[in-house]
Design a protein around this ligand. Structure first.
Ligand SMILES: Cc1cc2nc3c(=O)[nH]c(=O)nc-3n(C[C@H](O)[C@H](O)[C@H](O)COP(=O)(O)O)c2cc1C
Length: 434
């Protein structure tokens, strides 16, 4: 691809609202769906266990704030440290860097400090998923999140991707549109954010979100095309593939979930219609870069920013079947995560049918520690585990899991600060003599 095929918007960027910036992507407990007393533990589906021919031995331990020594559950063969073949990628282990918004891409342009940050978390044959990256100038909802729709952004990603490749990592770019989880100050010309609906986000932070404008049916192909071009640009930047962000209440989820999507056209109403937008995006991206380079992240069971569904199991299963037809590489499913210290939300739904239906690699994420991850792998519940907060604070997380070492605590106060070092590249590695 030539650089000229990289799109550049004609619109100018607005100055972000400091109040909105303070919000951060994942702060409101109200967005985390089921309450603890509604829940029952997740169990691996029998089909998965049979496939592995093992006892599930399922258990979800506590990780506290990520700091204490974890129990040794059999260091001889650490399931998380076993290889996995994902399409043409030979992964050397199953500890994936989850996509993590860090808000250090000033003016939506990735910065050189991200080279060190991602390199620190790279292992030979390890999979990293880059932070959510905007597909267009209407895709933004937070200050200083990266984009991949301009030439400058694509160029800025290149040394970061090169840094990961130099250490033998496999790097996917998560491509993103926030939809209504935004504010007009982030939008070109101060316009309203776009969504499947004109209903505003129903959250404790409702004042921070500008009521959205419902996309007209005829505009939807334009958004789909933004994802297509973003995927092309990601490959141009050197990424090994893209993860389409279909989770967490952002634009794609706003179409998928029946508690948000109130459309009466072919993108609303029935399950099939609500999934159409997501699947047309996947199809366009597959058409552009090939199915072997495409993953998707979904959170059918969660309720972020009011994006809940009345039948998440049917939603997840339908998507799994339809994604099979498009032959994509992986499906990354988010389970509700702990939102308060000492309180562990468990997913009341069963991922098993979706896991069994989907033919590609299954990645799961959501409050996993070493023990949970090992159990999920050995039971066949998942192929790979994405770690967010623990990988953020432990750049050498696979090595620590390998030797069952203590973990650094994460500091949530520094998740989203703009500092290029603090809370970003200053988490310590194990000393070399361990
Ligand atoms: C600081 C931070 C930033 C995050 N940014 C993203 C993001 O950009 N895209 C995304 O899909 N999920 C994002 N997440 C969710 C994580 O990928 C992950 O699913 C979540 O943290 C649960 O995993 P954990 O319990 O291992 O942290 C973020 C989470 C945190 C803590």
């Amino acid at each position: 691809m030539t650089a000229s095929s990289v799109t550049s918007p004609a619109t100018t960027r607005a100055v972000p609202d400091p109040d909105v910036l303070a919000l951060g992507p994942f702060l409101s407990p109200a967005i985390f769906g089921k309450r603890a007393d509604q829940s029952s533990p997740v169990r691996p589906h029998l089909g998965s266990i049979k496939r592995q021919g093992r006892d599930a031995n399922w258990g979800r331990g506590r990780d506290g704030d990520g700091g204490e020594k974890m129990s040794n559950d059999g260091a001889d063969a650490v399931p998380l440290l076993t290889p996995h073949k994902m399409g043409r990628f030979d992964l050397s282990h199953r500890v994936v860097l989850a996509p993590l918004t860090r808000q250090r891409s000033y003016g939506n342009v990735p910065q050189p400090h991200a080279i060190l940050y991602y390199q620190q978390r790279t292992t030979k044959g390890g999979l990293l998923i880059a932070e959510a990256t905007g597909v267009s100038d209407t895709a933004q909802g937070y200050k200083d999140t990266p984009g991949i729709w301009t030439k400058e952004q694509v160029q800025a990603w290149k040394p970061i991707v090169d840094g990961v490749h130099a250490k033998g990592g496999i790097f996917f770019c998560q491509i993103w549109h926030v939809g209504r989880v935004s504010n007009s100050t982030f939008q070109p010309n101060g316009q309203a954010p776009v969504s499947s609906t004109d209903k505003p986000v129903n959250s404790v932070h409702v004042a921070k979100f500008t009521p959205p404008r419902r996309l007209e049916t005829g505009e939807i192909p334009l958004i789909i095309n933004d994802f297509r071009i973003a995927a092309r640009n990601a490959i141009e930047a050197g990424f090994d593939g893209v993860e389409i962000h279909g989770a967490h209440g952002y634009l794609i989820d706003q179409f998928l979930k029946d508690q948000v999507n109130d459309r009466t056209d072919k993108y609303g109403g029935s399950l099939e219609n609500r999934c159409r937008f997501a699947l047309e995006i996947v199809e366009a991206v597959v058409d552009e870069i090939g199915p072997e380079k495409v993953g998707i992240r979904l959170s059918p069971f969660a309720n972020y920013s009011g994006a809940a569904d009345s039948n998440p199991e049917a939603l997840g299963l339908y998507m799994a079947h339809e994604l099979n037809k498009l032959g994509i590489l992986y499906c990354h499913v988010v389970e509700p995560r702990k939102v308060k210290l000492g309180e562990n939300f468990e997913n009341p739904y069963n991922l098993g049918p979706m896991r069994d239906a989907f033919k590609g690699t299954i990645i799961v994420a959501g409050n996993y520690n070493r023990k949970d991850g090992n159990n999920a792998i050995s039971s066949g519940y998942a192929d790979l585990i994405a770690y967010g907060r623990l990988f953020l604070s432990n750049p050498d997380l696979p090595r620590r899991f390998e030797i069952d070492a203590s973990l650094n605590k994460y500091n949530s106060e520094t998740f989203y600060i703009p500092d290029p070092v603090i809370g970003y590249t200053d988490y310590p590695f194990l000393s070399s003599d361990i």
